[in-house]
Design a protein around this ligand. Sequence first.
Ligand code: C2E
Ligand code: CA
Ligand code: CA
Ligand code: CA
Length: 278
Amino acid sequence: AKAKGRNTYHFYSQELDAAANERLFIESELRLAIKARQFVIYYQPQVDSRTQHVVGYEVLIRWFHPTEGMIPPNKFIPIAEATGLIVELGTWVLQEACEFAARLAVQGRENNISINLSARQFKDAKLVPLLASIIKKTRVPAKCLHLELTESMLMGNVEAAIAQLHQLKALGVSISIDDFGTGYSSLSYLKRFPVDILKVDHSFVKDIPDDPNDMEITAAIIAMAQKLKLNVVAEGVETIEQVEFLQNNNCFIVQGYYYSEPIAESELSSLFEKLNDR
Ligand code: C2E
Ligand code: CA
Ligand code: CA
Ligand code: CA
């Protein structure tokens, strides 16, 4: 048992070393990656299931590293957040997203563009003037921009969060609560925040129609959101059964592999063909 214990320790310690090394590697590479243009923005369509037309996109960053290949955001966003590099990276994302929105507007597609904000970005006093200047420069209609925040980002200093939300909304943008239902907030609490959209988290959608609990929760979130006059977007929708369940519960805007994975801008025209959205 002793030997096994030692082996187990050894095993975990090697794993920890590997994780720490990976972290250090990502941290040092991140600093170079923006300048080296290793990031690309992918867009995942949000589709109105009644018409099958694209109504918006979520902006999702991708890192194509020259030797490591694609490094998923879950691996590097937390590190960028911890080191503060997220502010520079997030500024780049905002800029790219608004340029994309402006290109779409030229084609007559005034779609919503949902952008993920990190906690640091949201708390940054420079966020509002930065966004104001990007909106002005790119001439994107501010009403097209949806900023996605998570519940936990609003907790902590509630008064400061409410003030920041009001300043952002004064620019004309909308506020969306991401991963809704996975955080700590209650819907009554949410009423205090000037938010516009709830995104029903993938974890509730993924086991529909097999898990009756998840179906109850999803239906309840949609119903309560409607009472609070909030729009609802369902995330991680992968099957026609899920689309139909959501429709039956009055949620029509869906995002997920059923319609499309996140794609590069160059792939958009074939998506429009597929959805017969012209
Ligand atoms: P998120 O904001 O919850 O984004 C949705 C994630 O679900 C994306 O993962 C997307 O590719 C994935 N997804 C979409 N449809 C489906 C589906 O039908 N099934 C399943 N299983 N997954 C689906 P991704 O792109 O790997 O991003 C992971 C997380 O990284 C995001 O979660 C977000 O928190 C963060 N992230 C991505 N881009 C940015 C960014 O530009 N800034 C910040 N701050 N965070 C970002
Ligand atoms: Ca999101
Ligand atoms: Ca989400
Ligand atoms: Ca999620």
